[in-house]
Design a protein around this ligand. Structure first.
Ligand code: THU
Length: 132
């Protein structure tokens, strides 16, 4: 099995840990570091809906809080008709920690895959250098 297929399986497996009593819409992520470590993320909801954390941001915050700042690949998985499309907040977090050309694989549980990159997902993004 290719490394990418293993990462896709890891992202789909992460969906099982999603805490989604409100939306019933599990999302999983697998974030791969430059050194090959894989961080899983799932969405975590709250009765106060706005406090929900998406799967992608869970994976980033887990990795960064463990001292990882260099990433090589992100996989996002959902039970969507087409490959899942990350929300705007998560795209902004990707921009913060990833190079513009870092590959992102968007998948669904039927096996559809859309290959894209961080800059394709969020063109003309706001970044720290704009603050002078
Ligand atoms: N969600 C994610 O975890 N990632 C996305 O890219 C899209 C949305 C979650 C948030 C919420 O728990 C549920 O999906 C429905 O919006």
């Amino acid at each position: 099995m290719s490394a990418k297929q293993e990462w896709i399986n890891t992202a789909i497996e992460a969906m099982e840990k999603a805490y989604v009593p409100y939306s019933k819409f599990p999302v999983g992520a697998a974030l791969i570091t430059e050194s090959g470590e894989v961080f899983q993320g799932c969405n975590i909801e709250n009765a106060s809906f706005g406090l929900t954390n998406c799967a992608e941001r869970t994976a980033f915050f887990k990795a960064v809080s463990e001292g990882n700042m260099s990433f090589s690949h992100l996989v996002v998985a959902g039970e969507t008709e087409d490959p899942i499309s990350p929300c705007g907040a998560c795209r902004q977090v990707m921009v913060e920690f990833c190079s513009p050309d870092m590959p992102v694989s968007l998948v669904n549980t039927k096996g559809d895959i859309k290959e894209t990159t961080v800059s394709e997902l969020l063109p003309y993004s706001f970044e720290s250098d704009q603050m002078g």
